[in-house]
Write a protein that binds this ligand. Structure first.
Ligand code: PLP
Length: 371
């Protein structure tokens, strides 16, 4: 079904970049056939490291692997506990599970991010790491998290898959903990032409371990396989496309903040809905709005009204993660996570959306509430 306002508009996104992308695609595929671990990947890694402000960046095949390999490189595994949230994409918790460690889930706060006041109670002798998830383009309260990590000697692995470019007190998401993990999934702020991810770090030893893990742990200088590794390389072809897109990222973030401002100005008097925390209310936070998420009691009726009016929205996540029987996490009690799952709906947010389309979404919500 064609929507009046799609949630994202990837054909339009790529059409706008077509002139610039076509020669790159031709060059990489038809002239050079540079497909695995070539110069475009190196250029992308350098570009991301510069953008985030870390010494190193390693391209991987997904954000999931960035989290998983971070845990492995930090020496975390069986018998260890890792603290994170349930209000995240399942990948965060799956990465902990596959490292062999046990996920310990804490509730979230008003900003839908980890409630930092609940972390200390969750720490035990087995705790080895915290994975704060910077959801929807807003960074977690990293000052408090880093203080706790220091006090209890824990590694901090930032799941920044939804927050490339977000800042807290001038520090960029992903650059604060031991590692930062980003996703280049096509819907992300910087999405590639398929799956992709990148890990950033300032730690040389971690960078070296990740470079090995992603390439079957083959030391290409000595040809020694130093341990059992994985195949988790970011494709060079994807990196070439991402290099073109990276130039636009600062402007795209500005545009996302503009769209958020239109939503905010048009909806702030609709008392039945809760908006994301007000832009610039706390100047420590610089949000990049991967998603614009509202909550309301009558979420399902509102979501139906959006569909009737040709607006595509997304519910992340309707079933709280700890309610999925197959994951064996139902011993956690997370009232705020559960409430958010009942009330949450993400409005269309992308860089192709026009002001008129944003205004139409605003008017539709106002019509629903008879404002
Ligand atoms: C919060 C969060 N964590 C992890 C991931 C996993 O990233 P990927 O899909 O690249 O594996 C995603 C993205 O989908 C995400 O949104």
């Amino acid at each position: 079904m064609g929507y009046k306002v799609p949630f994202v508009d990837l054909p339009k996104h790529y059409q706008e970049l077509e002139k610039e992308l076509m020669p790159v695609i031709k060059d990489v595929l038809f002239t050079r056939a540079d497909l695995i671990m070539r110069g475009d990947l190196k250029e992308f890694e350098e570009g991301i490291a510069r953008f985030v402000g870390t010494r190193y960046a390693v391209g991987l095949n997904s954000g999931t692997d960035a989290i998983f390999l971070s845990l492995l490189a930090a020496g975390i595994g069986k018998g260890d506990e890792v603290i994170t949230v349930a209000h995240t994409f399942v990948a965060t918790v799956a990465a902990i599970h596959f490292s062999g460690a046990t996920p310990v889930l804490v509730d979230v706060g008003r900003d839908h991010n980890m409630n930092v006041d609940l972390i200390e109670k969750a720490i035990t002798k087995k705790t080895k790491a915290i994975i704060p998830v910077h959801l929807n383009g807003r960074i977690c309260h990293m000052k408090k998290i880093m203080e706790l990590a220091k006090k209890h000697d824990l590694a901090v692995i930032e799941d920044a898959c939804q927050s490339l470019g977000a800042k807290f007190d001038g520090q960029t998401a992903g650059s604060i903990g031991l590692t930062g993990c980003f996703s280049m999934y096509p819907f992300k702020i910087l999405g590639g032409p398929g799956d992709g991810g990148i890990l950033v770090t300032n730690d040389k030893a971690i960078e070296e371990k990740i470079r090995l893990y992603r390439d079957h742990s083959l030391n290409r200088k000595t040809m020694e396989i130093v341990n059992f590794g994985f195949n988790s390389r970011l494709d060079n072809f994807h990196a070439a496309i991402l290099n073109v897109k990276l130039k636009y990222l600062p402007n795209w973030i500005i545009r996302r903040r503009e769209v958020a401002k239109i939503y905010q100005d048009g909806l702030r008097d609709v008392k039945e809905i809760t908006l994301p925390l007000i832009l610039d209310e706390n100047p420590s936070f610089h949000d990049v709005f991967q998603n614009y998420v509202i909550t309301c009691k009558e979420r399902d009726q509102l979501a139906g009204f959006f569909t009737e009016n040709g607006i595509e929205t997304l519910i992340s996540w309707r079933i709280p993660m700890h309610f999925h029987k197959g994951l064996n996490l139902n011993h956690f009690k997370l009232p705020e996570t559960e409430r958010i799952s009942r009330e949450v709906v993400s409005l269309p947010m992308n860089t192709e959306i026009t002001n008129d389309q944003v205004q139409y979404v605003v008017e539709t919500i106002r019509k629903f509430y008879k404002k």
